[in-house]
Design a protein around this ligand. Structure first.
Ligand code: FAD
Length: 467
């Protein structure tokens, strides 16, 4: 006798949704994704993928700017100015995002997943209705992955022309000449750095004492120094109260009464979960005080059979975490062996120049005494490969357990730190010690050599003595 295939309906087609759909389909479930804006979600269409594509261009621009220091010159000996072709830059970004979304559509269709384009809402914990249609989709299991949207300030209404969220910048006809970025968290720092490298004059308005207030302090100091050295106007302890249009300018008013004028203002002040108006309360799904869906470590909500994943749950707001939460939900719902999500193993990167990548325990947790760890720090400036490439800002930091030397975490600040961090991620996942890293070959010369060198610096003194 063949058992009926469970029908899984996924509300939202971002990484939390489509990765879950692939797992569920491969496990033999009947899967439907209901998605309003296009598969890949905000991650692919407006947030992660477009911003990282923009940053590829800005990083290349920064490299070109360093060419003279590497002994390179145009043949005619003139002093060339490299400028940005904004329409071409933005067209490339949008085309790349659309192509990535299409690839995902093809992939999930090939796995037999049904896609319904439309806005859905829970009528009850087992029924999704599609806005503007009479269609009702019945489900055995529901996964909510509706993501989040940019938070805006009450007195700063984006107009899509001068006052912008990051989802609107790719429609600009030109590069902002004087960009004011409000908010110095990850998104603010990434865009401020990218636009500065592309040639905009940038003012970064930070309500906190330093940029990236929630990240490793040493890393944030490096980035802030680099920003200032390159000419960015970083305003610390400056809270933006209002942003208004004045002809072709914008005026940002700060809480202390100061006013800053620019050509454009980019608001990067956080995310609001997309959880209202979709029937969650009526279905009994619990939300926290900020509107995020409450989930446990296998993505269950307060209602049996209703799971949630990704930004709508407020758990770390990363594409990789959304995808893992979605997969875990499906493994759990379909009765597979499943390991609850381990947030202490999540690797993440801030794509500034230099990049900041981190994994595992944080310096802040060590400083608060929550984690007993020895901290080893190796400056990138002494690395031969970094010298050859003309990089001097950055470091490798490793957190290790005293006694055993087990790697508990790490921070890499440097070019392509997003790639370098993998060795520390593997060390944490596989319970490796600094001793084992120190005995691992790295290429000479290489930036990753700083990771093995950091590990060796512990060994020079003897692991037992130091750890
Ligand atoms: C500027 C920026 C850069 C980022 N860069 C990175 C990065 O480099 N690395 C990284 O890991 N993360 C990054 N992130 C975070 C990452 O984009 C998110 O964590 C990720 O998009 C979350 O995926 P998700 O599936 O939860 O939601 P989303 O990607 O937001 O997708 C949600 C989908 O649900 C749909 N939807 C919403 N409501 C409904 C409804 N009622 N019915 C039907 N469909 C609905 C939406 O249309 C959307 O398609 C970045 C975020 C921002 C803002």
């Amino acid at each position: 006798m063949t058992l009926p295939r469970p029908h899984i309906v996924i509300l939202g087609g971002g990484p939390g949704g489509y990765e879950a759909a692939l797992v569920a389909a491969q496990l033999g479930a009947d899967v439907t994704i209901v998605d309003a804006d296009g598969l890949g979600g905000s991650c692919v269409l407006t947030d992660c993928v477009p911003s990282k594509t923009l940053i590829e261009s800005s990083t290349t621009m920064a490299s070109l700017g360093r060419s003279a220091s590497l002994g390179l010159q145009l043949e005619d000996g003139s002093n060339p100015t490299i400028t940005v072709d904004a329409p071409a830059l933005y067209a490339r970004i949008k085309a790349l995002a659309a192509a990535q979304s299409n690839d995902i559509v093809e992939h999930v269709l090939a796995e037999g997943v049904r896609i319904i384009a439309g806005r859905g809402r829970l009528e009850d914990p087992r029924t999704i209705v599609i806005e503007g249609s009479s269609e009702r989709v019945r489900a055995d299991i529901v996964l909510i992955t509706t993501g989040a949207t940019p938070r805006i300030l009450p007195d700063a209404t984006p107009d899509g022309e001068r006052i912008l969220t990051w989802r609107q910048i790719y429609d600009l006809p030109e590069l902002p000449s004087d960009l004011i970025v409000v908010g110095s968290g990850v998104t603010g720092a990434e865009f401020a750095g990218a636009y500065q490298a592309l040639g905009s004059n940038v003012t970064l308005v930070s309500s906190r004492e330093r940029v990236l207030p929630h990240e490793d302090k040493d890393a944030a100091v490096v980035i802030e120094n680099v920003f200032r050295r390159r000419g960015m106007n970083v305003l610390s302890k400056s809270r933006a109260e209002a942003v208004h249009r004045k002809g072709d300018s914008v005026v940002v008013t700060l809480a202390d009464g100061r006013a800053i004028t620019g050509s454009h203002c980019l608001l990067t002040v956080g995310m609001v979960p997309s959880t209202s108006g979709i029937g969650l309360g009526e279905a009994g799904v619990s939300l926290d005080s900020r509107g995020f869906i409450e989930v446990d470590r296998v993505s269950r909500t307060s209602v049996p059979g209703v799971y949630a994943a990704g930004d709508c749950t407020g758990v770390l707001l990363l594409a990789s975490v959304a995808a893992m939460q979605g997969r875990i939900a499906m493994w759990h719902a379909l009765g597979e062996a499943v390991q609850p999500i381990r947030l202490s193993h999540v690797a993440s990167t801030i794509f500034t120049d230099p990049e900041i990548a981190s994994v595992g325990v944080s310096q802040a947790a060590v400083d608060r005494g929550e984690i007993n760890a020895r901290v080893i720090k190796q400056q990138l400036a002494t690395n031969p490969r970094a010298k050859m490439a003309g990089f001097r800002d950055g470091f490798v930091k490793v957190f290790a357990r005293p006694g055993t030397g087990l790697v508990l975490g790490g921070v890499v600040v440097g070019p392509r730190a997003s790639e370098l961090i993998l060795s520390l991620s593997i060390a944490i996942e596989q319970n490796l010690s600094v001793d084992q890293i120190a005995h691992t070959f790295s290429v000479y010369p290489s930036l990753s050599g700083s990771i093995t060198e950091a590990a060796r610096s512990v060994m020079e003194f003897g692991t037992d003595a130091i750890l």
